[in-house]
Design a protein around this ligand. Structure first.
Ligand code: C5P
Length: 229
């Protein structure tokens, strides 16, 4: 019983421009992935965690959490969706299709327990998301410039976060079929949407940021320091 958490952590972190993958950059003196895993391991009802890391990852074995009995490692893939699929392949050999799975980015260490509780109370197919506060434009190319194509209706725009939740069997088949079709899949919800599902949007805290650019490190450290001070 309980739910599993899948953590894609096989990215290279190109936008960070650092000397190592961003999930191993120090935050408050600890590797980012270590903080995210430590956070996940406190969630009530957790059955286990599957972390997808790249094949040549030399950092993961040195994390304290790598030896935790609830933490399992698989080899990730070229894109985020391939990494998630590798983890689901592992889970499918040992869990039933009904088992709830939460996919959570390694790069989101600031996720708060109250958001996890809200997601666990929500629809079995659901995700944390943030209602847009900025006005959002879609663009088209005009020569070498980007120009506004149109303005989207802000009241209907949400920014997808993680965790994203679905039953193991459903998520596994949608992700596998979506990738076979060559669809662009940047989160789990988009794979489910391809096959007619409408995941519930659960309003999450704004500070569940994805550490992507160098300035995000300072922000994430401040959020964590305030929360656990
Ligand atoms: O690149 P982005 O910030 O969207 O990555 C989100 C998460 O997906 C990160 O935790 C990253 O490590 C992971 N990822 C992965 N396998 C890839 C690419 C990204 O597990 N091939």
């Amino acid at each position: 019983s309980g739910y599993w958490v899948v953590v894609p952590a096989a990215g290279v972190g190109k936008r960070m421009g650092a000397d190592r993958p961003k999930q191993y950059l120090p935050l408050l003196g600890r590797p980012l992935l270590s903080l995210t895993l430590r956070n996940i391991l406190t969630w009530p009802g957790l059955a286990g965690v599957v972390v997808a890391v790249s094949e040549d990852d030399a950092y993961f074995p040195h994390l304290a959490e790598a030896k935790h009995p609830q933490v399992h490692r698989v080899t990730g893939g070229v894109e985020r969706a391939d990494s998630v699929l590798a983890a689901l392949n592992f889970l499918a050999t040992r869990e039933s299709g009904e088992t709830p799975v939460l996919v959570h980015d390694a790069a989101r260490p600031c996720i708060a327990l109250e958001d996890i509780e809200a997601l666990l109370r929500a629809d079995p197919v659901s995700l944390l998301a943030q209602p847009a506060s900025d006005t959002v434009k879609s663009s088209r190319a005009d020569g070498d410039r980007a120009v506004v194509d149109r303005t989207l209706d802000r009241n209907r725009i949400w920014l997808a976060q993680t965790p994203q939740r679905a039953p193991l069997g459903l998520l596994h088949s949608c992700l596998r079929r979506g990738l076979e079709q060559g669809a662009a899949i940047t989160d789990e919800a988009s794979a489910l949407e391809l096959f007619g599902h409408s995941p519930q949007l659960v309003p999450g805290r704004r500070d569940n940021l994805k550490v992507t650019h160098p300035s995000d490190i300072v922000l994430a450290e401040t959020i964590l320091r305030l929360r656990y001070a």
